[in-house]
Design a protein around this ligand. Structure first.
Ligand code: ADP
Ligand code: MG
Length: 881
């Protein structure tokens, strides 16, 4: 059994790529427990291999060594696996648990005897909580109700003895955890008391303080404290037996029914005082409870009359059971949890001690206390991640210096003066961050995040101006040709380039007049002339070659482009600033590749990453990437609130008429076609069909254009250009226009099959309109949205705040999808919300402060954090190899 369990853990560790993530407490703790308590159950080879680990443990091995060691041990275990009896095989988990609890030194005799004893211990305990059958029919007769029957001098660890292990004790240290229950916790990956304590509720229901029966209000979640008048089992229909009870207090009486749970009747003695919580119903004019939570009155309510924890339900484990066990765990063990946060830090930042925080996470006094605890635990979860990221960053920055690229105040002033608008406060703030970074001899790694239309481009432009002003090159990479072209046009306008239809234009921006700051232009051969290029995949081979050469000779100052910029042939002479727009479309690898384009120069380029995606993915990048962030959290003035409506199938005609009205008023409209999950080809088909339907049947007199991802870049550009210049009224499109396009005259965004898109994406679509002065509209068409989709659409109607939408999306659809396998190198977050920017920033600052003061994290109060960071570093290294 022991070997079985060991093998499983090792296999899991292998599956998790040797990151020491198979068991929560770390493999070393697990191995030590096994070797100490079950050593005699292991073959001598296996035992020897465990003993052969270095003193610092498995944790201290390199990934390659870990792999080697595990493979070797697995080999030994496979070799010695003896065939089990059919009966005990079924009982693996239970017997494993039994073995866990039997100290090895008390075991005597041959392995086979031990196995018998083991299964004898575990088998006879039928699991009653969920009514499941005892696995071996004959074993039921020998059931031992209270304590497992132990033979031949074997003794189960007493809870007291196990308690000595502190929170690393197996959950059997809890009196309320018999073997049968332990097995179920095992399946939830809860093995130790620590695991249990950190198994947090999904939410709490607020049953509040008890009220008199007469004050119950239909439909509310409430609690009464009353006496039991009668309680009996009742047959309801042919198959259902239930419990029916009448309870009452001085103000009145009421009925409670527990369907399908006849056994409750026996637990409700007449005259006893009971507390009952639930949603108040009504029968025959009287209040009633159906399937309420209940418990007999005590000072220490866990199921009723307070904020009651609701745990993620899992097969066979009921909330009532978990609550009861949790209460014991908290009472006996919470104060044994080591606190990884130094006391000084906790005091300064008002973070609760861990014992309080954990206790309150389960049984909060009130919502404020719950939030306070959540904040503390989230902080603790985020801090090691921030420390890890910042350490990586410090290492990286040390190894590759950047050249300072200060933007002289005079140029900054004139650059701003040349803009057709005044920067918003948020833009000023972010620009300040960026220019500050550029002045330093360490490469900037900054993420600029801002809702669509918040005006990020101009910040990028300023960074590019700084590069040019310092005689360096800048590039701006966008995920689509349309967007790259748009940036190219924006820069052309900004730099005052006249004409120039080709991929390269020259400009003489007034703000870069070399006469004013000659010292900056020493290295430049062309006085004050800036050359801007557009590099996309649709360039002809000859053009591309010429462009490559010009870039390499340093004759191009700024290059806009798509991922064509990171292709093999591209070389820069002296890359100073790299801007990556709409980051979420690019992976970390592509980011790195672009940065490397400048690497043959002596310096690492500064990098600015921009994204309009407020979804947690971005914040995940913040956590998982090693970037600083600035947020443009304000839209330019005068922007209209975009009116958003969900349009049902009956109102389609109205919506189409509405679009026509807008076009008649001189505006333009986007129509987004439904997402066809299976393939892009189908997307294209459906968009084409929709385009034809609209053109023929609905708007035969209007000018429609179609655009989709399968079109050649040139064709797409031509379509976009026609739409932008007003030669088309309606643009029918697949999801390709998701990012960044700026068409100020467009006032309607009509989205077909809106229920198929996530909130974040709908929000992106909506951001395409409302860029001009006119009132803009977003029409969400959906025939029969599911309950969940309906909620999303209603949220879209309600708010235009991207962060709120992101948070809601995560709440509705669950955080799971935000933690794809790609990020698996780092732990999933249990408590922290990736949308809690303030807290993330706080942990970031604190991590920086801690590293400034103790870079090696060697102070005693930093030891616990040091260990966590070491583990995270390992797992990232794993991911990268
Ligand atoms: P995004 O952040 O989505 O990339 P853009 O940079 O494309 O936004 O800006 C959206 C539009 O807002 C552009 O037309 C731009 O010229 C305009 N804009 C940017 N900043 C301001 C400002 N401070 N005041 C007015 N308009 C602005
Ligand atoms: Mg943009």
């Amino acid at each position: 059994m022991t070997e079985d369990r060991l093998r499983k853990v090792l296999e899991l560790e292998r599956a998790k790529r040797f990151g020491d993530r198979a068991v929560t407490a770390g493999l070393d703790v697990f191995l030590k427990n096994i070797a100490t308590h079950e050593g005699s159950q292991l073959s001598s080879e296996a035992f020897a291999l465990i003993q052969a680990l270095p003193v610092a443990g498995y944790r201290s091995l390199t990934p390659a060594k870990r792999k080697q060691w595990i493979e070797e041990l697995l080999g030994v275990l496979k070799g010695s696996a003896a065939p089990l009896e059919a009966g005990s095989r079924k009982l693996e988990a239970g017997s494993g648990a039994a073995a866990d609890a039997v100290p090895g030194h008390l075991r005597a005799g041959a392995a086979s005897e031990r196995r018998d004893a083991g299964s004898g211990t575990a088998a006879p305990r039928p699991a009653r909580a969920d009514g499941s059958r005892a696995p071996v029919a004959t074993a039921r007769k020998t059931a031992v109700e209270s304590q497992p029957r132990l033979q031949q001098g074997q003794a189960r660890f007493s809870p007291g003895e196990l308690e000595g292990l502190g929170v690393d004790a197996p959950i059997y240290a809890l009196k309320r955890v018999p073997f049968s229950l332990g097995v179920k916790f095992d399946k939830l990956n809860i093995h130790t008391v620590r695991d249990l304590l950190l198994f947090f509720p999904r939410r709490h229901v607020d049953y509040g303080d008890p009220v008199p029966v007469a004050q119950l209000e239909h439909g509310r979640e409430q609690t009464v404290r009353a006496h039991i008048w009668s309680a009996r089992e009742r047959q309801m229909g042919p198959r259902m037996r239930s419990t029916e009870a009448t309870i009452g207090d001085a103000s009145g009486m009421m009925q409670c029914v527990w369907f399908n749970q006849p056994w409750i009747a026996k637990q409700l003695p007449v005259n006893a005082e009971v507390v009952v919580s639930g949603r108040v119903g009504e029968r025959q004019g009287r209040p009633c409870f159906d399937n309420p939570e209940w418990e007999l009155w005590s000072e220490d309510l866990v199921h009723t009359g307070r904020l009651v924890p609701i745990y993620p339900l899992t097969a066979g484990l009921q909330n009532r059971t978990i609550r009861r066990v949790m209460q014991e765990a908290i009472d006996r063990f919470a104060d044994k949890l080591p606190d990884p946060l130094p006391e000084e830090m906790r005091d300064r930042l008002d973070l609760a001690p861990i014992a309080d925080a954990v206790a309150q996470m389960h049984y909060p006094t009130d919502r404020a206390a719950l939030e306070h605890s959540r904040r503390r635990l989230a902080f603790e979860e985020l801090l090691p991640i921030q420390l890890t990221m910042q350490l990586r960053r410090r290492m990286f920055q040390k190894s590759a210096p950047a050249e300072p690229m200060p933007l002289p105040a005079s140029i900054e002033r004139e650059f701003k003066a040349a803009l057709p608008f005044t920067l918003t406060g948020a833009q000023e703030r972010v620009l300040f961050d960026v220019l500050g970074d550029l002045r330093k001899p360490i490469p900037m790694s900054r993420l600029v995040q801002g809702d669509v239309g918040s005006g990020k481009t101009v910040i990028a432009a300023a960074a590019l101006v700084a590069a040019v002003a310092n005689g360096r090159q800048g590039v701006m990479m966008a995920p689509t040709e349309i967007l790259a072209e748009q940036h190219f046009q924006t820069l052309k306008r900004l730099f005052n380039a006249n004409g120039g239809e080709g991929p390269v234009v020259s400009a003489r921006p007034p703000f870069l007049d070399p006469l004013r700051s000659p010292e900056l232009f020493e290295r430049r051969d062309r006085a004050g002339e800036v050359r801007i290029a557009l590099l996309t995949g649709s360039l002809r081979a000859k053009e591309r070659r010429e462009l490559y050469e010009a870039m390499e000779r340093g004759e191009i100052d700024i290059a806009c482009g798509t991922h064509a910029l990171i292709q093999g042939g591209v070389r820069f002479r002296d890359l100073g600033v790299v801007v990556v727009d709409e980051q979420h479309r690019f992976g970390v690898m592509q980011r790195a590749a672009l940065r490397e384009k400048g690497a043959h120069a002596a310096h690492t380029p500064h990098m600015l990453v921009m994204t309009a995606t407020p979804i947690p993915r971005t914040l995940a990048l913040t956590l998982y990437g090693d970037l600083d962030i600035s947020v443009v959290d304000e839209l330019p003035p005068g922007r209209q609130q975009i009116k958003t409506t969900w349009v049902g199938p009956d109102e389609r005609g109205d919506a189409e008429r509405f679009v026509r009205g807008q076009v008649a008023a001189g505006r333009q409209a986007f129509v987004i076609c439904p997402l066809v999950e299976e393939s892009e080809t189908l997307d294209v088909k459906s968009a084409t069909a929709e385009y034809e339907r609209l053109q023929r049947l609905v708007y035969p007199d209007l000018r429609l254009e179609l655009i989709h991802g399968r079109m050649a870049g040139k064709t797409k550009d031509a379509v976009m250009r026609r739409f932008r210049s007003g030669e088309a009224d309606i643009l029918v499109s697949t999801a390709v226009i998701e990012v960044g396009i700026d068409i100020p005259n467009a006032s309607v965004m009509m989205i077909e099959g809106a229920d198929r898109f996530g909130l974040a994406q709908l929000h992106q679509f909506r951001g395409r309109v409302g860029r001009g002065a006119d009132q803009s509209y977003c029409l969400l068409l959906s025939d029969e949205p599911s309950e969940e989709a309906r909620k999303r659409l209603e949220l879209m109607e309600e708010t235009t705040d991207g962060f709120r939408l992101a948070e809601a999306d995560m709440a509705i659809r669950g955080p799971g999808q935000f933690f794809g396998t790609k990020q698996s190198g780092l732990p999933g977050l249990k408590v922290a919300r990736l949308t809690d920017v303030k807290l993330i920033e706080l942990t970031r600052t604190e991590a920086g402060r801690m590293l400034d003061e103790d870079l090696g994290l060697t102070k005693p109060e930093h030891h616990a954090l040091n260990r966590q960071v070491a583990r995270l570093m390992d797992s990232i290294v794993d991911e990268e190899h």
